[in-house]
Design a protein around this ligand. Structure first.
Ligand SMILES: Nc1ncnc2c1ncn2[C@@H]1O[C@H](COP(=O)(O)OP(=O)(O)O)[C@@H](O)[C@H]1O
Ligand SMILES: [Mg+2]
Length: 349
């Protein structure tokens, strides 16, 4: 094969590829490699020293190994160009008479992030399940020992066990919900329904719950109906989560206002949207927490969340349900001013 042909083939590859000579200088860089490194170098890449280009000892070691062993070497390396990212670098020894090493670079940052998220999730779930279990194991030991003949202590301990068991049950329920919603996220609901009675039913339910007892709910929609393509059970779950949060994280006696609005357009939507907001009069959320609230198990104050029966999964479930409905959740708040969570759903076309 002519060298020119080889260059043509390399240029047709989507990922950055560099050819490196025995003097460890760049012999060729395909178009993606030029885009990747190009801005940092004037006068092109060819002839530049590989070490100076990547500035990473592991990358260099990998290339040296390929030359020495006349084989393939691989390493995951952190490169700073164009931004800091982890690349899987493969160095392949190519030509016996005129030795050259081809270096391919694949950005594996998203893969690593996904793997990290999976392992964080398992660690979080285990921790959340283990703490009520530890409490219960301790109580069982006490009931068998010190509290064996103390009916008062037994009643108290059984109440705690009941609370902890209920907490595990809620967590498992939310985990199952999350996994179900995630598995059908790609299947968009096609059935049209009216959101007004869905929200009205949620208001009626939450009003009866302990957390809703001392709250005033304001829901006076200006529209006769509010049609979306949706799954009634899942949308009920969305508003239930938002209303429960509005009650649980604000002071007793506060007002919870649900407002329905039609908007001609909204960022990241190609159609008109329904905007349903749930606003409370609580202490609000500091700005730095807002981008992370929809992550699984992200809680501003986990002690408080646990005390009010939270699992830390509510808003993650809301996010996935809204993704399935091609909608999204917008969170606005300023400390001391309460929280306003707005559900945006496309108006069916
Ligand atoms: N209306 C609200 N006011 C203040 N903080 C809120 C509100 N809604 C949610 N949060 C914060 O977001 C966190 C995550 O909410 P969520 O995912 O529903 O989990 P949880 O099970 O803890 O309620 C809560 O722990 C709380 O810190
Ligand atoms: Mg919640």
């Amino acid at each position: 094969m002519q060298l020119g042909d080889l260059h043509l083939i390399l240029d047709a590859i989507d990922e950055p590829v560099l050819l490196i000579n025995t003097d460890r200088r760049i012999a060729h860089a395909n178009a993606p490699a030029q885009t990747m490194f190009g801005e940092s170098l004037r006068g092109g890449l060819v002839g530049q020293s590989f070490v100076r280009l990547v500035r990473n000892p592991d990358a260099l070691k990998c290339v040296e190994q390929a030359f020495e062993e006349k084989a393939r070497a691989r390493a995951d390396v952190q490169l700073l160009v164009p931004q800091t990212a982890t690349y899987r670098l493969t160095a392949i020894y190519l030509d016996r008479e005129n030795p050259v090493v081809a270096v391919t670079l694949k950005d594996v940052t998203p893969l690593l992030q996904a793997a990290q998220m999976r392992s964080d999730f398992v660690a979080n779930v285990s921790h959340e399940l283990r703490s009520p279990l530890t409490t219960m194991t301790g109580i069982i030991e006490t009931l068998q020992g010190a509290a064996r003949d103390d009916p008062q202590a037994q009643t108290r301990f059984l109440e705690i066990m009941q609370r902890e068991a209920a907490r595990m049950d809620r967590l498992i329920g939310d985990l199952l919900s999350l996994s179900r919603v995630e598995s059908e996220e790609r299947i968009r609901p096609t059935h049209q329904l009216d959101l007004i009675p869905v929200i009205a039913a949620v208001v009626a339910t939450v009003r009866e719950r302990p957390e809703g007892e001392d709250r005033e709910f304001v829901f006076a929609p200006e529209f006769e109906e509010c049609i979306v393509c949706g799954d009634a059970d899942q949308l009920t779950q969305v508003f239930q989560n938002l209303l429960e949060n509005a009650c649980k994280y604000s002071k007793a006696g506060g007002k919870v206002t649900i407002h329905v609005e039609a908007r001609k357009s909204a960022p990241r939507f190609t159609s008109a949207v329904w905007a349903v907001s749930v606003a409370d009069e609580g202490e609000g959320i500091a700005e730095e927490h807002i981008p992370r609230l929809q992550e699984r198990f992200y809680r501003i104050d986990s002690g408080r969340s646990r005390r009010v029966g939270g699992t830390g999964l509510g808003l993650a479930i809301v996010k996935h349900i809204l993704n399935r409905h091609r909608g999204r959740l917008h969170i606005a708040s300023a400390p001391g001013k309460g929280v306003c969570m707005t559900v945006l759903l496309p108006v069916p076309g």
